[in-house]
Design a protein around this ligand. Structure first.
Ligand code: ZN
Length: 289
């Protein structure tokens, strides 16, 4: 399971070593990741120092150690918008690299994206406006004037596969967001509000977006989703009543689907897709017995 892969092979850290062998550099220009395409396929730029690659960053952050065939220190960073890349380097939206990089590599690049953007966006204190300082004993930036400390912002969001077994075949509730590519449906998702439990959020989102009530809720798994800084917390839930009524705003359509007649689905790397595939596996196992 790639969801655990980062924990197995990557050890986060906040203080860069004084000296290191060639390191990996996850640089972002806006939302786009800089990749080295000098050997054809895109790769994360790797060198002892950035200037050896002809690259320059406005700021860099230490991420930790990747345990690969050798131990590789990893850094994130941001490049100035509009700065010219050396020949053989390109900037790509992380989503466009799904499938070209392993899920593990995408996970690391997503981690880098969140750290780099947090650092970029918290150079000044949100309370008093003074320049902040990066701490080295924990992942935070602190204001020397008023003491306010900022941590990387992580926005929890629930994602839930609502299923029902009251018909001939098991069905799953999938919805189409207006922003989705044409024809794509996915499971219900939404941000957790301040003061809300995850379970309350599941019930509220399903009710708001599709007008449906859910019964028991079970934890499925979680996935960082760095667009820009979500932590998706996945659940399955049993349908408990109500007809589909679309909420105003985000949802263009919602329907109950059987496993043998699914619409276009989200990318394989996403926990949304894993929730749907788990439903399909269960439905087919049920059909076989
Ligand atoms: Zn301050």
């Amino acid at each position: 399971m790639h969801l655990q892969h980062i924990q197995q092979s990557f050890t986060p850290g906040v203080k860069a070593p004084d000296v290191h062998n060639p390191a990996r550099w996850y640089l972002y220009q806006g939302d786009r990741l800089i990749v080295d395409e000098r050997n054809g396929a895109p790769a994360i730029p790797t060198a002892t120092a950035l200037d050896m690659l002809g690259l320059a960053a406005e700021r860099v952050e230490y991420l930790g150690v990747l345990q690969d065939e050798q131990a590789l220190h990893c850094f994130s960073g941001t490049m100035a918008e509009g700065s010219i890349l050396p020949p053989g380097f390109a900037a790509h939206d992380l989503r466009s690299l799904f499938g070209q990089f392993s899920d593990f590599e995408i996970g690391l690049a997503g981690r880098a994206k969140q750290i780099a953007h947090w650092d970029r966006d918290h150079q000044f204190c949100g309370r008093c406006g003074a320049p902040t300082e990066m701490l080295t004993e924990e992942r935070s930036r602190r204001c020397p004037r008023c003491g306010l400390t900022s941590y990387p912002r992580i926005s929890p969001a629930i994602i839930v596969a609502v299923t029902r077994c009251d018909g001939e075949k098991p069905r799953i509730l999938l919805a189409r967001n207006h922003r989705f590519p044409v024809g794509r449906y996915s499971v219900i998702a939404g941000f957790v509000e301040a003061g809300e439990t995850l379970e309350e959020c599941v019930r509220r989102e399903v009710k708001e977006e599709a007008g449906v009530l859910v019964g028991s809720i079970r934890y499925f798994g979680s996935q960082p989703w760095p667009f820009p800084n979500s932590l998706m917390i996945g659940f399955t839930a049993d349908y408990a009543g109500g007809e589909i009524v679309l909420g105003d705003g985000e949802i263009a359509d919602a329907q109950w689907f059987t496993s043998d007649a699914l619409p276009l689905l989200p990318p394989k790397i996403s926990i949304a897709r894993q929730l749907i595939e788990a439903f399909v596996a269960n439905a087919q196992a049920g059909a076989a017995t």
